[in-house]
Design a protein around this ligand. Structure first.
Ligand SMILES: [Zn+2]
Length: 111
């Protein structure tokens, strides 16, 4: 069973953050809520079966439950990032750039 965070979509990360009561979370639909509850309380055998069918949700839940910084990793997946420097400090332009990247210093330097 893979718990690679790379397979977790931002939407799934938001759902799992909501499930664990963290800011930045978003309430999923009823099916996902029940599915997530089933994964969360499943024993290893059943968790593995559910993870085969729903790898991103299972991966996100395992990350939240068993990794020291799992919640922070999920928050990082949800946070918007600058497409150039990957900073999370907004606001961002429509191109996904942070303010410093949107207004680069001219080649001549600051006057
Ligand atoms: Zn930037």
């Amino acid at each position: 069973m893979s718990t690679t965070p790379l397979t977790i979509t931002p939407e799934t990360a938001r759902h799992v953050l909501w499930m664990f009561g963290h800011p930045g979370g978003q309430q999923p639909g009823r099916f996902t809520q029940h599915l997530a509850a089933a994964i969360e309380c499943a024993d290893c055998k059943h968790a593995a079966i559910l993870a085969e069918a729903f790898p991103d949700l299972a991966g996100a839940i395992l990350l939240a439950k068993h990794h020291e910084d799992g919640i922070q990793q999920l928050k990082d997946m949800v946070a918007p990032r600058c497409t150039r420097c990957t900073d999370t400090d907004g606001p961002f332009t429509s191109d996904g750039l942070c303010e410093p990247c949107a207004r680069p210093v001219p080649l001549g330097g600051v006057m």
